[in-house]
Design a protein around this ligand. Structure first.
Ligand code: PBG
Length: 332
């Protein structure tokens, strides 16, 4: 028995109306960004096995998918490219003929108000699957050449923006890439285009299904020399501060649920909008459990997204975007 009978939190949870009145966080469709994989071809809608209900689209069917998102009120999509051919320097990534450029042109022509963001990285395009070019003087297994990668990333970003992208999102984790991209955009008349930086990006096991979707698993080694150690919080804050200084407009934390503390820290410390990437593994886990009847997909997904909002993210990149937009409508 409480000594303070007036101090009863449950009073405010007693009815649905009271719960609505005291709710501190809400998820809105405006918070959602839908990630889409684009590949060459026409009329393609190829299922991704480790990510049920997600597909690889050709530039024409990507428009149909984006229209569905836009019709539900989703403000933005982020595109990932799957090239025809991979090579040592990821040349399709920075070519003006890339599949991402084709898709951006098509989507912007059909849906001018949809914000089209592009992921900027080399790992989908390199034959070794690393996010930068590899220096291997003796033909041995090499090291990632950070500084030689920067001009290629800048070129990739510029090609996307020339095709009509509204925002670029570098995910490679090379040091100095936000500054390099900012300078390239500014020098070419695109000083108005914002950069959403994957700033605090851990070397995480939760990207597995994405790598299957994009065929981008590294052929040797791993990404721990450039992605962050999940053990480190202060390092994440330092990465975010550096990206701010280099000119980032939005800071991203990734993955989302294993990093709620960093989302909270970022929201408290920086005055830029914070994005969080609810990544492929976070999606696949709940999908797999739901398929077995072990979890209620809608409840688990919406609780995850709400928790990411509560931690302080304004933008949430999530494969549930379309479904979540529908669920939000049902609840209205
Ligand atoms: C590219 C990139 C990755 C993701 C987003 N951009 C893969 C990686 O870093 O290995 C992962 C997104 C997801 O898992 O949903 N570097």
């Amino acid at each position: 028995m409480s000594h303070f009978p007036e101090n009863r939190p449950r009073r405010l949870r007693r009815t649905a109306t009271l719960r609505r009145m005291v709710r501190e966080t809400a998820l809105a469709v405006d918070n959602l960004v839908y990630p889409i994989f684009v590949r060459h071809g026409e009329g393609v809608r190829e299922p991704i096995s480790a990510m049920p209900d997600q597909f690889r689209y050709s530039p024409d069917t990507a428009v149909t998918c984006c229209r569905q998102a836009a019709d539900l009120g989703i403000p933005a999509v982020i595109l990932f490219g799957i090239p025809e051919n991979k090579d040592a320097s990821g040349s399709e990534g920075w070519s003006s003929q890339s599949v991402v450029c084709r898709a951006v042109e098509n989507i912007k022509r059909a849906l001018p108000d949809l914000c089209v963001i592009t992921d900027v990285c080399l790992c989908e395009y390199t034959e070794h699957g690393h996010c930068g070019v590899v220096r291997s003087p003796d033909g041995d297994i090499g090291e990632i050449d950070n500084d030689a990668t920067l001009p290629l990333l800048a070129r990739e970003a510029l090609s996307h923006v020339r095709a009509g992208a509204d925002m670029v999102a570098p995910s490679d984790m090379m040091d100095g890439r936000v500054g390099a991209i900012r300078r390239a955009l500014d020098a070419n008349g695109f000083s108005h285009i914002p950069i959403m930086a994957y700033s605090a990006k851990h070397a995480s096991a939760f990207y597995g299904p994405f790598r299957e979707a994009a065929g981008s698993a590294p052929r040797f080694g791993d990404r721990r020399s450039y992605q962050m150690d999940p053990a480190n919080r202060r390092e994440a804050l330092r990465e975010m501060r550096l990206d701010c200084e280099e000119g980032a407009d939005i800071l991203m934390v990734k993955p989302a649920l294993p990093c709620l503390d960093l989302i909270r820290d970022a929201a408290g410390r920086f005055d830029l909008p914070i994005a969080a990437y609810n990544v492929s593994g976070e999606y696949a886990m709940i999908k797999a459990a739901a398929e077995r009847g072990w979890l209620d997909e809608k409840a688990a997904a919406m609780e995850s997204l709400l928790a990411i909002r509560r931690a302080g993210a304004t933008l949430i990149l999530t494969y549930w975007a379309i479904q979540a937009a529908r669920w939000l409508r049902e609840n209205c």
